[in-house]
Design a protein around this ligand. Sequence first.
Ligand code: HEC
Length: 263
Amino acid sequence: MQARHLNTTLSRILALSGVAALLLVAGCRQDMHNEPKMFPQRGSSFFADHRGARPQVVDTVARGQLHADSYFYTGLVKGPNGYMEERDLMPFPVTMTVLRRGQERYNLYCTPCHSRVGNGLGEIVMRGYKPAANFHDQVRLAQPVSHYFYVMTHGYGAMPDYSAQLTPADRWAVAAYIRALQYSQVASTSDVPAGVQVRTLKEIAQQEGLPASDAKPWTLPATAVWANQGAARTEGSPAMGPANTANPKIAIPVSKPAKKATK
Ligand code: HEC
């Protein structure tokens, strides 16, 4: 009886001192706390200029940031006159996967203003925002595909840029999808490859079991809405040179910023 009592007391003392020892050891933990190191935005006596943040080493590129394919990242190439120019050219092949991605991103980021069909009458515009570009007008049809990339990258007039929301690959995918939207309205049967079947929206709706109202025709905005947009259409980035009028397909629709009719 006595021995057993002594035993439990002893083991309790042992357990308690064990916990106390553990706490002590934790308190003494130093690990790498005292190691010499740089603190963000704090000076350093280690370097001659006393700056903790080091300048980039000349002629070096951070891993994964070489961006050697400058057309992919800028949508511009150096033209014969020395100016950077847009091109009607995709930097990678357009597959159905690319178009689907472009459609998904377009529907997310562009429809609020340009609408799903790209006529420029999105919900925000209907509520008073400056009319967004109608991708089916003659000016937009003539613009090279990299112009859309450029506009998404840098913004355009009242349109904000989408470089933070869309990666370069996504911007190209959206540009390709805008082309698909345009072809949906201006293509002729001769554009359809042999063996490919063209279906009307009504047929597709029927096949997918959607209500016929989903396949209603949509309208382009009345010319009056766009009349005051004419001047703005020739405006653009001063970073780019005069328009290449020899080949309107690859011309930049842009030279000196023209005065806008409306703001
Ligand atoms: C907040 C509304 C808004 C959103 C969202 C928007 N745009 Fe625009 N976009 C505009 C407006 C407004 C204009 C006309 C700009 C002007 O004339 O000042 C325009 C013009 C354009 C033009 C024509 C530029 C030219 O040379 O005439 C292109 C191309 C374009 N947008 C592409 C896009 C794409 C692609 C997206 C989606 C990534 C997008 N926009 C999202 C408002 C928007």
